[in-house]
Design a protein around this ligand. Structure first.
Ligand code: DQA
Length: 150
């Protein structure tokens, strides 16, 4: 395969349910950084690099699935996703991400493996190229740095 075609250049960052409430939502678990702060920081990191970032947040499973499906036609070639609670429940989102066959990194602010047992299973991790869990907002930064150098 042509290496240029596989190189990340258009990166989609997907935030699942309740992540629009970061900053006010259980800050002792998720920290005080808002989603706007996270997205702004990522945009700054990508500035003048030639990488194009697109952000999407939804609380609705169907909207998230549709956005994932859309990547088949919109030039996205890399995804960073925090599926939030759908991590642990959504076979439908898993099927969507399996169908589009794009490389993705799964990010969680909290360490899902040190929390309740229902959070310790992810429907995404075995399909992901990597998983970052427990490093707070910095996890997104590290995922983006990986995407921009891979
Ligand atoms: C989360 C962990 C999930 O268990 C939880 O439902 C979330 C956020 C995280 O980023 O730590 O909403 O994905």
């Amino acid at each position: 395969m042509d290496a240029e075609k596989t190189k990340a250049s258009n990166i989609l960052i997907i935030h699942g349910p309740n992540l629009n409430m970061l900053g006010v939502r259980e800050p002792e678990i998720y920290g005080g950084t808002t989603l706007q702060d996270i997205n702004r920081n990522l945009s700054e990191l990508a500035e003048n690099t030639g990488f194009k970032l697109v952000f999407f947040q939804s609380n609705a499973e169907s909207a998230l699935i549709e956005r994932i499906q859309q990547t088949m036609n919109d030039g996205t070639n890399f995804i960073i996703i925090n599926p939030a609670a759908y991590t642990h429940t959504s076979i439908a989102m898993r099927d969507a991400i399996a169908a589009i066959k794009l490389p993705f990194i799964e990010v969680h602010l909290s360490n899902i493996y040190s929390r309740e047992s229902f959070r310790q299973h992810s429907y995404f991790s075995d399909l992901a190229i990597g998983v970052i869990s427990g490093l707070g907002a910095k996890g997104y930064e590290l995922a983006l740095k990986y995407a921009m150098t891979s």
